[in-house]
Design a protein around this ligand. Structure first.
Ligand code: GTP
Ligand code: MG
Length: 201
């Protein structure tokens, strides 16, 4: 898939909010600081003129942010979770929003869940993958920050994620926002998720 156009399309801050249109949606999730905004900017080639906010304050993205891509689908940036310094009440609001969006809105074609390649998948990663399985939502796991690992460590991280999260190999995409590794693979997988494949995208 080639990216021809990207624009910020809107935000949902509360369960029940209206999406900015009826195009298919792919959601991106992962804990704060995992590299989600960086990945979105790299994916959409917005490294110079950034579209998703790369924060120095983790946990800053607190709503669902919609980006319209190629006038064909929405890429949806979910709020980061699990940042220790965020009060419990705020964390519960995040969970409520994400559960409504993934479970009840009926709008999501698939989810890309990000895991930091340097760390073992957390309890939350396990729960998220299980939850998406229960919902029957196609799931891709992206291992972020691969550039921070040596080749051998990277291979071990990939094998560990596949084994521990019980993934099919094709569900896992190693990625680096720094080197662009995995960008094409992820774009192809996204095109397939949203059904743009046949259109020669
Ligand atoms: P929140 O919005 O706070 O939830 O964080 P996020 O998941 O959007 O992470 P963000 O993209 O803001 O990146 C967090 C930090 O990791 C930043 O300092 C980035 O520069 C760094 N980072 C992100 N991706 C990569 C990567 O692929 N390689 C390296 N070396 N650093 C990265
Ligand atoms: Mg972010």
């Amino acid at each position: 898939m080639r990216i021809r156009s990207v624009e910020y399309a809107g935000t949902i801050a509360q369960p029940g909010g209206e999406p900015p249109g009826s195009l298919p949606q792919v959601a991106f999730s992962g804990r704060s600081n995992v590299g989600k905004s960086s990945l979105i900017n790299t994916l959409l080639r917005r490294t110079r003129n950034k579209i998703a906010h790369v924060s120095s304050t983790p946990g800053k993205t607190q709503a669902l942010n919609f980006y319209r891509v190629n006038d064909g689908f929405f890429l949806v940036d979910l709020p980061g979770y699990g940042y220790a310094q965020v009060p419990q009440s705020v964390r519960e609001q995040w969970a409520e929003l994400i559960e409504w969006y993934l479970g009840e809105s009926g709008l999501v074609k698939g989810v890309v869940h990000l895991v930091d390649a340097r760390h073992r998948p957390t309890k939350h990663d396990h729960r998220m993958v299980e939850y998406l399985g229960e919902l029957g939502l196609p799931t891709l796991i992206v291992l972020t920050k691969m550039d921070k690992l040596r080749t051998r460590e990277g291979e071990q991280s990939i094998a560990r994620a596949i084994e521990e999260l019980k993934l099919e190999e094709a569900q896992l995409v190693p990625f680096s926002s720094k080197t662009g590794r995995g960008r094409e693979d992820l774009l192809d997988a996204l095109a397939e998720l949203v059904g743009l494949e046949e259109a020669g995208e």
